[in-house]
Design a protein around this ligand. Structure first.
Ligand code: SF4
Length: 364
């Protein structure tokens, strides 16, 4: 398996991997909806929501969260908005204001089925772009424009054009964790759950799979097609080591180890199961292990724990600093002030949408 890196534009591209910065408010006036106080009446009204997250949100935290959750849920009705909450969001976002929950593709597909006028992406910028690609007529907001991704930032559209020149005739598959501008230069998109299927659908002996080196290496173990990788990494998953896994197993050999394919190969080699975030969640719900370690971003264990209280989660935690830029506060501000709207150049959007739709049609 080759690993290439043309580095056409390391100095040029934005550190957060965004293709189209946008922060212009939509012009919709702000509703004058001040935050409510945490009164006994509000506490009673919000009690069913607290019951859902009480295993992972402390009684001291709740009086701070509850007024924001109430205000956000009221604003959603006022704006005819939905919130897409990625699996890596903190539980008060994921379980208390998220209308759709899951990985980036699940979220964008769900949003396309709604009659909502506004989508708030509780996730990072490339996810908001994917939502916009699949919902071109809806207003897509991201609460923090700096919510980027190390994978998306590792490659630019110019890099992909150089790869085309270097590997003429070799199809290019892009992981969904890229900007719309990068997707526009690629043949088809993939997620960590369908990457093998997408690669094998192309009928080519060699395929470029960008930008995650470790996902590409994992796919190479699952297929006879030659994979050419890019040297991009997820800064959260690359930090896990085989030693981390050894220590978990040494503490309790019965603990099941479930890893995301963005982890280094040495970690995947010793895991009990490797899969996308959705596949990891399904594995836990189906197998009900007594003890499990999810080798991925911290918040996912908290979110799955809410739905599987009988499972004990060991937390070898790595936080994603980009995901953690999204908070109840900036979701509230996004809906109150209709900011920050995500826009994509029409030509780029048309080409990028083709790559995403090709994957969706294949996996449907
Ligand atoms: S967890 Fe990794 S891949 Fe996901 S947004 Fe953070 S840096 Fe990007």
């Amino acid at each position: 398996m080759d690993i290439v890196e043309t580095r056409a534009s390391v100095a040029r591209h934005r550190p957060d991997g965004r293709s189209t910065p946008s922060g212009a408010p939509s012009g919709t006036p702000s509703p004058a909806a001040p935050l409510p106080a945490f009164t006994p009446e509000l506490a009673a009204e919000m009690a069913p929501l607290y019951a859902r997250v009480q295993h992972v949100v402390t009684p001291m935290e709740w009086p701070h969260y509850a007024p924001l959750i109430k205000a956000i849920n009221d604003l959603k009705k006022m704006r005819n908005a939905v919130i897409l909450a990625h699996n890596y969001m903190t539980p008060e976002i994921f379980h208390c204001v998220g209308d759709f929950r899951g990985d980036s593709l699940q979220l964008a597909k769900e949003a396309a089925r709604t009659k909502a006028d506004v989508i708030v992406q509780a996730g990072v910028h490339f996810m908001a772009e994917t939502s916009k690609l699949m919902n071109p007529d809806k207003t897509v907001l991201i609460p923090d424009l700096e919510a980027g991704c190390s994978l998306a930032a590792s490659i630019t559209a110019d890099d992909v054009r150089l790869l085309r020149e270097a590997y003429p005739g070799v199809p290019i598959v892009t992981y969904v964790n890229t900007s719309a501008a990068v997707k526009a230069e690629c043949d088809i998109c993939c997620t960590s759950s369908n990457a093998v299927k997408v690669v094998e659908s192309l009928g080519a002996p060699r395929v470029l799979l960008i930008p995650d080196e470790y996902l590409a290496k994992y796919v190479q173990t699952q297929t006879s097609i030659e994979i050419i990788a890019w040297k991009g990494r997820c800064e959260v998953h690359e930090r896990f080591t085989a030693k981390d896994i050894e220590e978990i197993r040494a503490a309790d050999p019965g603990t099941k180890i479930i890893a995301h394919p963005e982890c280094p190969p040495e970690v995947l080699d010793v895991a009990d199961f490797t899969g996308s975030t959705s596949a990891m969640i399904n594995w836990v719900k189906t197998n009900h292990p007594k003890k499990v370690a999810l080798i991925t971003e911290c918040s996912m264990a908290s979110n799955v724990a809410v739905e599987t209280p009988d499972v004990e989660f060991i937390r070898p935690c790595n936080l994603c600093p980009h995901m953690k830029r999204i908070s109840l506060e900036n979701i509230y501000e996004a809906l109150r002030d209709m900011r920050h709207e995500v826009t994509i150049d029409a030509t780029v959007a048309e080409k990028a949408r083709r790559a995403v739709e090709r994957m969706v049609n294949l996996t449907n």
